[in-house]
Design a protein. Structure first.
Length: 293
């Protein structure tokens, strides 16, 4: 496939793009920073003209040799965003994330690109950046759980999901939103996870979950492969907890009184990935336990 990927120079994107390339996909990266080894078009996604131009662009000089005119992108993967609160002022975080997503979705669907995959967030559930402690309404947290955020970043992601639903309804394209949990790179296991074993409460705001960036790459690949789902949102996480306690022990210590919708496995994540397993036939392959021996 010929794929336009926004935000590919970021923490997640610079791992996901090489995975897609290894599968044989042609990828053009849109970012404000170049990515080594990947064709990058320096683009401000909050500028609709730049986005429209990029989506009707060559993906590299070699495409000129084919002589068949401008080829169309088969899919757009949109990861570009201010990645959390307290990097830029709240209004700028909201503006950047919502306008960037609107511009990408509008251009993609008006140009007839049949698939848009966009990064939403665990924060939409309102727990990650809550003022004080907020507990889930129930466990495990699935895609039907209410999304009532308090912060500008999560608000932007919730708005982006509404835009995705609307653009899908108007265009008929496949639009898949990925509620990505805390992204972990391989080197971060040895650096960070010993502290999580010593103090499990450090993972409370992430619902004790995580997503290995390699499994995130596999998730995006499955979204590209599976057609015809219309508008969907998916939780994206690894299958196990990010702490050394059992599921039952975490519930007893942090989630007393929170209803449990179904029986859960001893190490099962509270960030439910059943929908992705069912609709995408996706199964995460990595685990922090293997990385730390």
């Amino acid at each position: 496939m010929r794929i336009l990927f926004t935000g590919g120079s970021g923490k997640a994107g610079h791992h996901v793009i090489p995975h897609l390339q290894a599968l044989g996909h042609r990828v053009l990266n849109l970012d404000l920073q170049p990515l080594d080894g990947v064709e990058t078009l320096i683009t401000d996604v909050t500028d609709s003209g730049q986005v429209w131009n990029a989506l009707t662009s060559w993906a590299g000089l070699d495409e000129l040799e084919e002589g068949g005119g401008m080829p169309r992108f088969d899919a757009v993967v949109h990861f570009a965003a201010v990645p959390r609160i307290l990097i830029r002022p709240d209004n700028e975080t909201f503006r950047t994330n919502t306008m960037g997503t609107y511009n990408v979705m509008e251009a993609a669907t008006k140009l007839g690109i049949p698939k848009v995959i966009f990064a939403s967030s665990e924060t939409t559930y309102g727990i990650c950046f809550a003022d004080g402690e907020m507990r889930p309404d129930y466990l495990p947290v699935d895609e039907e759980h209410p999304t009532v955020p308090q912060d500008s970043y999560a608000m932007s992601k919730t708005c982006n999901e509404a835009c995705g639903r609307a653009f899908q309804a108007r265009s008929g394209a496949d639009v898949y939103g990925l509620r990505i949990n805390n992204v972990i790179e391989p080197h971060e296991y040895a650096r960070d996870f010993p502290a999580y074993m010593a103090e499990p409460g450090l993972r409370r705001r992430n619902i004790f979950a995580y997503i290995d960036v390699r499994d995130l790459g596999r998730f995006v690949a499955r979204c590209l492969e599976v057609d015809g789902l219309g508008y969907q949102v998916f939780n994206v996480a690894n299958a196990d907890l990010s702490v050394g306690l059992s599921n039952e022990e975490v519930r007893a210590r942090f989630y007393q009184g929170v209803p449990v919708k179904r029986e859960m496995g001893p190490q099962e994540t509270f960030y439910c990935i059943d929908k992705a397993r069912r609709l995408l036939d996706w199964e995460p392959q990595e685990s922090w336990t293997r990385e730390l021996g």
